[in-house]
Design a protein around this ligand. Structure first.
Ligand SMILES: NC(=O)c1ccc[n+]([C@@H]2O[C@H](COP(=O)([O-])OP(=O)(O)OC[C@H]3O[C@@H](n4cnc5c(N)ncnc54)[C@H](O)[C@@H]3O)[C@@H](O)[C@H]2O)c1
Length: 392
């Protein structure tokens, strides 16, 4: 299969590339891959086991190996041999220049960047270049996955985001203030009929105009924002309080992380989308919104070792208040990277089975799943399993 990754030189992306290529060469530890569970037996057999990667970037490294080694030196997040095994494959992956339109002040943290709009191209011209890059790479077994840095909340305007016609008009009239990079990438992918997943909280394909494009072009898509850490634990534990009729009085989640992701999220405009994405799950599970604090702070020395401290205050029988605490201490890219492979497999499976539009059944993988209020991890897993059983 071919996977086009937006943000190809990021740590999630390069870790996914290292994992996928090692699997292709016979590495047989499937831990962390949902698609390798017995529940989804045969899923991977629908596609070629050969992985090819390409993508768009704005940090100009030499190639994906150059980016991967930079992340590895900071994090040493897996056995170095696994990187060296696939060195040549990664050296052959050279990202195309992308767009950083309306990506917020956080991008100043990425160092020197190069973007298509530096060359003062119009929106339509940028979209055409993205489309042509993806077209050149794609075959029948291709997916696009967005793992670029988190953008600020979009400047939503129904006139341009509400319908496909409106979106096309915004491109033709060069309405740059309303269109963000993640929308342009999603547009390019869906325009070509390539399944698309948004692993970030950025708008991506979630605006009505692009959902319409996915339906018109009969293309499956899914998002938003990979559910990999604190929110995964939160949406797995919160149902327990609901099932036992315990009242959650308040929930505090305090996240600290370093690395590029942490640096970008230290900017208020970029952080806002992430906080909204993390914050909205409790109400959906508990039926009411308890007092909640969600903080994300940059902590340089941790690099990709994200740590979340959660404190839950709850009330039980006879009105007695009690407390529950947990700490999630994980390497962010290690919990995220296998999901990139999973999403590629499940989306291609959806395409093969004629599914199109938002594939709600893939909500299991996301913090803010599109078009469903089900965020309870247990229910989401059941839904994914049933969906697979019915279609396979
Ligand atoms: N567990 C996780 O790591 C996890 C979970 C959920 C969501 N996410 C999201 O996934 C994304 C990637 O995380 P990461 O840790 O790999 O971050 P990262 O900073 O290592 O990688 C992001 C990459 O995207 C590139 N980029 C930024 N803007 C771009 C643009 N407009 N076009 C093309 N490339 C662009 C950057 O140069 C960088 O190489 C972030 O948005 C993060 O919030 C990560």
């Amino acid at each position: 299969m071919r996977v086009w990754i937006i943000g190809s030189y990021g740590i999630v992306s390069t870790t996914a590339m290292v994992g996928a290529k090692n699997l292709e060469y016979g590495y047989d530890d499937y831990t962390g891959l949902v698609s390798e569970l017995p529940h989804f037996q045969d899923l991977k057999n629908h596609f070629s086991s050969h992985f090819e990667f390409g993508g768009h970037e704005i940090r100009m490294k030499k190639n994906a190996y150059d980016a991967a080694i930079e992340h590895w030196n900071l994090n040493r997040h897996f056995d170095f041999k696994l990187l060296e095994n696939v060195r040549e494959d990664l050296e052959a992956i050279e990202a195309k220049t992308g767009t950083a339109l309306n990506c917020g002040s956080g991008l100043n943290e990425l160092g020197e960047i190069k973007t298509l709009e530096n060359g003062s191209l119009s929106l339509r011209e940028i979209a055409d270049i993205l489309i042509s890059d993806m077209r050149e790479f794609a075959n029948e077994e291709t997916v696009v996955i967005n793992t670029a840095s988190t953008e600020p909340l979009p400047n939503y305007k129904d006139e341009y985001h509400g319908t496909l016609d409106g979106f096309e008009r915004a491109l033709d009239e060069n309405k740059t203030e309303y269109i963000s990079a993640s929308m342009l990438y999603a547009y390019a992918s869906l325009k070509l009929g390539i399944p698309y997943a948004n692993f970030t909280p950025s708008a991506g394909s979630s605006i009505p105009a692009l959902k319409e494009l996915a339906r018109v072009n009969k293309t499956p898509h899914a998002g938003n924002d990979g559910k990999t850490g604190e929110t995964l634990v939160k949406t797995t534990l919160a149902p327990m309080f609901a099932y036992r009729n315990l009242k959650v009085l308040g929930w505090m989640g305090y996240n600290i992380l370093g690395d590029f992701d942490g640096k970008v999220l230290s900017h208020k405009d970029n952080k806002e989308s992430k906080v909204v994405s993390k914050d909205s799950v409790l109400e959906k599970i508990l039926g009411e919104s308890p007092y909640s604090i969600t903080e994300i702070e940059y902590f340089p020395s941790l690099a990709d070792n994200k740590t979340a401290f959660d404190f839950i205050h709850f009330k039980g029988f006879l009105g007695t208040a009690m407390k529950f605490y947990f700490i999630w201490d994980a390497i962010d890219a290690i919990v995220a990277a296998p999901l990139i492979i999973d999403l590629a497999r499940f989306l291609l499976f959806a395409k093969k089975k004629g599914q199109f539009g938002v594939v709600k059944e893939l909500g299991f993988f996301f913090k803010s799943p599109m078009e469903t209020n089900i965020v309870n991890t247990h229910k989401q897993f059941e839904i994914l399993y049933q969906w697979y059983q019915e279609l396979k």
